[in-house]
Ligand binder design. Structure first.
Ligand SMILES: *[C@@H]1O[C@H](CO)[C@@H](O)[C@H](O)[C@H]1NC(C)=O
Ligand SMILES: *[C@@H]1O[C@H](CO)[C@@H](O)[C@H](O)[C@H]1NC(C)=O
Ligand SMILES: *[C@@H]1O[C@H](CO)[C@@H](O)[C@H](O)[C@H]1NC(C)=O
Ligand SMILES: *[C@@H]1O[C@H](CO)[C@@H](O)[C@H](O)[C@H]1NC(C)=O
Ligand SMILES: *[C@@H]1O[C@H](CO)[C@@H](O)[C@H](O)[C@H]1NC(C)=O
Ligand SMILES: *[C@@H]1O[C@H](CO)[C@@H](O)[C@H](O)[C@H]1NC(C)=O
Ligand SMILES: *[C@@H]1O[C@H](CO)[C@@H](O)[C@H](O)[C@H]1NC(C)=O
Ligand SMILES: *[C@@H]1O[C@H](CO)[C@@H](O)[C@H](O)[C@H]1NC(C)=O
Ligand SMILES: *[C@@H]1O[C@H](CO)[C@@H](O)[C@H](O)[C@H]1NC(C)=O
Ligand SMILES: *[C@@H]1O[C@H](CO)[C@@H](O)[C@H](O)[C@H]1NC(C)=O
Ligand SMILES: *[C@@H]1O[C@H](CO)[C@@H](O)[C@H](O)[C@H]1NC(C)=O
Ligand SMILES: *[C@@H]1O[C@H](CO)[C@@H](O)[C@H](O)[C@H]1NC(C)=O
Length: 431
């Protein structure tokens, strides 16, 4: 199984014109500290809304309220991956970018087939910039193993899966080809950025450079996301794709939901069969509110996004904000943008936060409204969370004319250029 070289893969695939990809389901043995939450898994749409009401009440941290204990969760899980390389792949030391999607999407966030892959990040990273990419469905989502939605499928177990995939790439045990990567970078979107942030905090040497798109460390606006989604049970919202339907279910939901959602994915046979506690945004309008900036996207992309959307577990919603601040120092702190601290000894070499001017969940719709003349943007403040990164290696960038779902806006390829040029500028290109 491990005998193929990357070059042999090119020959086997026989493609001359575009990126060459391999889909592999990778078993990972992982464990992580997970929270034990003392609430019932929502069983109905009323319960789903109750959960969001609980979770968006101002003045309290519902994660804290619901948290009973921590335990170690271990298991072997399948992760559904897609590895891609440039069609002309003659690098002797290729660099791989590990791509982690956010809430509402799966690995196709990075490689949408819409308009003949015109929005594909993977196409640009491979064929224009000569990187390899590994995109994957996060644990719990899409074609990766699903799990219990409250106390199992949580952020830190997913980070453990990301770490395992990365180690396999580095040490040559990624199934399907015999290739070690000495240069591995990580690119995230939204919750995928949060997991990338946690990954490099736990394993500071695991990444040669990270890109956090659709991200900031400001949690003030995450309630807009929870509320704006109008979350409902995934298996009722798109019963063909997300459920395991019988005729009675269809008749029951026919009276409740818009046809757009109901008939999505009606043709392929098996539905994804998510249990209760996997929630999804109600409809295309909620999707627009969360991810799209009016005037700067093709409505067809929005519709395609709604038809291929993915859910989120309540366990993820309860743990997505549990990010280490990097700062274990307990004494007095003066906060200045871009300040550096002498108290850390392990460097993260490269960080790019590519964020967007009108991001909803991380900027409340305006990344420049900081209320602080010395802070140019909300994401620029992330520099403070990376005290070991010299300012020359930290960039905060505003992608203009884009909402949170950067990859689905007209100018997505503009953002892709910024990301890949950043990695190139740090000497991380394939060689
Ligand atoms: C993988 O590649 C290494 C180095 O080229 C070689 O020594 C090893 O035998 C290969 N392993 C397999 C299973 O082909
Ligand atoms: C690989 O997976 C993608 C989804 O990520 C799918 O569109 C494509 O058809 C798959 N390719 C093969 C050869 O199965
Ligand atoms: C909402 O919170 C209350 C406690 O504040 C709790 O008893 C109840 O189980 C929670 N329900 C959901 C669905 O989160
Ligand atoms: C992983 O996939 C294999 C092959 O499809 C299957 O036999 C196994 O049960 C799956 N494991 C999990 C944990 O889903
Ligand atoms: C790889 O191929 C490109 C395009 O054919 C060529 O310009 C480059 O010199 C080659 N690099 C190596 C290391 O062979
Ligand atoms: C593809 O995207 C470019 C901009 O990135 C745009 O100019 C062009 O019209 C798009 N083509 C199609 C077929 O969508
Ligand atoms: C999941 O698997 C199905 C069936 O093989 C395939 O059609 C679909 O493209 C896959 N989706 C992803 C995101 O990998
Ligand atoms: C490579 O990494 C995987 C994942 O952590 C691990 O299971 C395996 O033992 C490692 N193998 C080698 C040869 O280092
Ligand atoms: C990380 O890399 C640095 C520099 O190469 C090395 O000194 C350090 O021991 C490494 N840390 C770990 C935990 O591997
Ligand atoms: C909420 O509580 C959890 C659990 O204690 C903690 O990890 C998280 O950082 C808290 N969030 C905020 C915004 O304080
Ligand atoms: C597209 O994105 C690039 C990179 O951020 C930027 O330089 C350019 O001005 C953008 N174009 C438009 C029309 O927004
Ligand atoms: C910035 O990152 C590059 C690439 O990892 C590294 O070579 C360089 O030493 C870093 N600069 C500083 C000042 O640490």
């Amino acid at each position: 199984m491990y005998a193929q070289s990357a070059l042999a893969l090119v020959l086997l695939a026989g493609s001359a014109t575009a990126k060459v990809c391999m889909n592999t389901t990778v078993p990972v043995d992982i464990s992580a500290r997970t929270g034990v939450f003392n609430i019932a898994v929502p069983q109905t749409n009323l319960d789903a809304t109750t959960f969001i009401q609980n979770n968006t009440q101002q003045g309290r941290n519902f994660t804290e309220v619901a948290l009973l204990d921590y335990v170690t969760t271990s298991g072997t899980y399948n992760i559904s991956t897609q590895f891609c390389m440039p069609s002309a792949n003659n690098a002797t030391s290729p660099t791989v970018q590990v791509l982690t999607h956010g809430i509402g999407f799966d690995k196709t966030y990075w490689d949408s087939s819409y308009n003949n892959f015109n929005y594909s990040y993977v196409d640009i990273a491979t064929d224009t910039y000569k990187y390899c990419t590994l995109s994957y469905d996060r644990l719990g989502i899409g074609n990766s193993s699903h799990g219990e939605p409250l106390n199992e499928i949580q952020s830190f177990l997913e980070v453990a899966a990301l770490a395992e995939l990365t180690t396999m790439l580095r040490n040559g045990t990624f199934p399907g080809f015999n290739q070690t990567f000495s240069k591995v970078t990580h690119v995230g979107h939204s919750f995928g950025s949060a997991q990338t942030y946690s990954l490099v905090n736990m394993y500071p040497n695991i990444s040669d450079g990270i890109v956090l798109t659709g991200f900031s460390m400001n949690g003030s606006f995450v309630g807009f996301f929870g509320a704006g989604a109008d979350f409902v049970q995934a298996n009722l919202n798109q019963p063909f794709r997300f459920g395991n339907v019988d005729t009675a279910t269809v008749e029951a939901v026919l009276n409740m939901f818009s046809l757009t959602d109901l008939v999505a994915g009606v043709d392929p046979a098996p539905g994804l069969n998510y249990p209760n506690g996997y929630l999804t945004n109600t409809n295309v309008n909620a999707n627009q509110y969360l991810f799209f900036l009016p005037g700067y996207f093709d409505p067809g992309v929005l519709l395609a996004g709604e038809q291929t959307k993915q859910p989120v577990t309540i366990g993820e919603l309860l743990t997505l904000g549990s990010l280490p601040m990097m700062n274990t120092y307990a004494g007095p702190v003066l906060v200045l943008t871009g300040c550096e601290s002498p108290y850390y000894s392990v460097a993260i070499t490269n960080v790019l936060t590519a964020f967007v001017a009108n991001d909803l969940p991380y900027c409340g719709g305006n990344c420049l409204a900081t209320g602080n003349a010395s802070l140019p943007s909300i994401p620029a403040a992330v520099a403070m969370n990376f005290p070991m990164v010299p300012s020359i290696n930290f960039t905060a960038y505003i992608q203009p004319n884009s909402g949170h779902g950067i990859n689905f806006h007209y100018n997505a390829t503009g953002a892709y250029g910024v990301i890949n040029s950043f990695l190139n500028s740090k000497g991380l290109m394939s060689s």
